[in-house]
Design a protein around this ligand. Sequence first.
Ligand SMILES: NC(=O)c1ccc[n+]([C@@H]2O[C@H](COP(=O)([O-])OP(=O)(O)OC[C@H]3O[C@@H](n4cnc5c(N)ncnc54)[C@H](OP(=O)(O)O)[C@@H]3O)[C@@H](O)[C@H]2O)c1
Length: 287
Amino acid sequence: MKILVLGGTGHVGARLTVRLAALGHETVAASRTSGVDAVTGEGLGAAMAGVDVVVDVLDTVDTDVAAATAFFRGTTERVLAAEHTTGVHHHVLLSVLGADRALANGYHAGKVAQEEAVRDGGIPFTIVRATQFHDAVLTIADALTSDGVVRAPGMLLQPVDVDDVVDLLTEVATAEPAYDTVDLAGPDRYRLDELLRATLAAAADGREVVTTAGLALGADAADSLLPLGAHRTAPGPSPPPCRERTGSRSVHRARSGDLVAVLPHTSTRHVVSAPRAHVERQDEETI
Ligand SMILES: NC(=O)c1ccc[n+]([C@@H]2O[C@H](COP(=O)([O-])OP(=O)(O)OC[C@H]3O[C@@H](n4cnc5c(N)ncnc54)[C@H](OP(=O)(O)O)[C@@H]3O)[C@@H](O)[C@H]2O)c1
């Protein structure tokens, strides 16, 4: 099978490209670095030649609703048009679980517009919606920082390990189109303020986290970014029973109440203490 990973140099895309190639698939990683621009369309048709499946893991830093929507809807429509021309028979999209319940954030509005474009696009599709990646938690801290202080409410997140997202994308990309969404979350739920405190401590980042009232990340309720319906529960991260370790995923579970903070640009996992939030889970299936 020939699989094009759009955004193949990114955080998810680079891992996915390696994983698919290791399974023996002819895999093409496309991004502006390789001369493919999904905004202008440059190089898109040529990259798509002979491709059976496209996995879209493109991303933008835009958080303004107009800019994010223009990027996500625009690139998707351009890619789908190229797929019609070249005969691609499965379009896989990675989106954000709960984005449709967090539309006050322009980035989430853009992802919802992107999902709509895929559903309306006429190419058989599967949409994978994942919760926040563990290693995106520091980015959330940055977004909530003003005057050197992180201000965060106690709303709930159920972060997931990026490797588990890659596992599911691999499964989906090599299967028949589902014409549906598949939701994925990590195994545990945390209050955002406590998650940020623990993650910053693990990163030796001295920023204070002040608990605020209300909501963040555009959410319209405290549980908006949780999986509220049928979903898969990923197994990781599964930290070793020690304070710190570098390397691939271990096979041990954390002690009850432990949180694994995965820091960006490293594979170091710090077991830190942040209490899990006690919230009933619903309709789970562990992958
Ligand atoms: N972070 C989270 O917690 C989270 C949670 C759920 C879902 N997601 C989704 O995961 C997806 C991937 O995220 P990521 O962290 O892997 O992003 P990333 O590391 O920023 O990678 C983005 C990729 O898109 C490429 N790209 C950007 N603009 C492009 C353009 N105009 N044309 C072609 N390629 C372009 C980049 O390569 P070049 O710069 O070389 O072009 C790069 O390969 C996103 O769609 C995001 O919504 C993220």
